[in-house]
Write a protein that binds this ligand. Structure first.
Ligand SMILES: Nc1ncnc2c1ncn2[C@@H]1O[C@H](COP(=O)(O)OP(=O)(O)OP(=O)(O)O)[C@@H](O)[C@H]1O
Ligand SMILES: [Mg+2]
Length: 257
């Protein structure tokens, strides 16, 4: 479904220096798979997501989706950015409906879906408020609804729950899994939380510090449906410990119990 072949990205800064944001990354993601990306700040996670989204072009290698090289943003992709990026002059419902408007599909069914998503995200009653009238976490929840409204085959999420409090965060994560169970999509999900990565994903991509490379891919053996109570299982412990070791480059100190 999504394929990265030796993809690298360098940026030229305002002073003319070259910053290698992403080393050489190769990765294959199956249709319907949920892949989480974890790694230290600045290792190129957002860059990787923007490359898959077709928002920036790679300096080396190639990104392809369904066998086609990605050269520009695609209509079958939904994106949640690290910051909510809502249109300040439009109300929340219009913001959520924006992808449907771009696609010429702003019909009654779409409006009903937008309202249902907002209700799911705890934003019923805020449809006609402007973004500035909502808290940061509420804006981010609206941005998540906007990414889902056109039922994209691919969802790219950059720390979508980063601005939420711990409880809302778990609730939104489980709600995302319920939505995906009802309507499957391929998901690439960047997070700083190992627990979130393990509870949500089929596989976790662990990246090294800048310039980011893929240190390893960890398959999550937990059964579905998932629940945050699974963090107290030995299976969770052994996967989470493996991810931590990869991030902090610690040698294995003990075999998992
Ligand atoms: N447009 C740009 N111009 C110059 N440098 C950039 C640009 N975008 C990203 N970078 C650099 O590339 C590196 C990777 O950035 P990126 O935003 O992908 O990191 P990240 O892993 O998402 O970090 P975080 O976890 O803090 O969000 C950083 O060193 C950053 O300074
Ligand atoms: Mg980032």
């Amino acid at each position: 479904m999504i394929r990265l072949d030796a993809v690298g990205k360098s940026f030229t800064t305002a002073d003319g220096d070259t910053v290698e944001a992403l080393g050489e990354a190769s990765l294959e993601i199956e249709a319907g798979e949920f892949v989480a990306i974890v790694g230290p700040s600045g290792c190129g996670k957002s860059t990787l997501l923007r490359l898959i989204a077709g928002l920036i072009a790679p300096s080396a290698g190639q990104v392809s989706i369904g066998g086609e090289p990605v050269r520009q943003p695609r209509t079958d992709v939904g994106i949640v950015f690290q910051a909510p990026t809502l249109l300040p002059w439009a109300d929340i419902l219009s913001n959520v409906l924006f992808p449907l408007r771009l696609l010429g599909r702003r019909d009654a069914a779409g409006i009903a879906r937008a309202r249902a998503l907002l209700a799911m995200a705890g934003l019923a009653g805020f449809e006609h408020r402007k973004p500035r009238e909502l808290s940061g976490g509420m804006q981010q929840r609206a941005a998540i609804c906007r990414a889902l409204v056109h039922e994209p085959a691919i969802l790219l999420m950059d720390e979508p729950f980063g601005a939420l409090d711990a409880l809302t965060r778990e609730e939104m994560a489980l709600e995302l899994l319920r939505l995906l169970a009802a309507r499957p999509a391929t998901v690439v999900f960047v997070t700083h939380s190992i627990a979130e990565a393990v509870i949500l994903a089929d596989r976790v991509v662990v990246m090294t510090p800048r310039p980011g490379r893929i240190a390893d891919l960890v398959t999550v053996p937990l059964s579905r449906p998932r629940d945050f109570r699974q963090v107290s299982t030995p299976e969770y412990d052994s996967v989470a410990e493996r991810i931590r070791r990869l991030i902090f480059r610690r040698p294995a100190v003990r075999a998992a119990a």
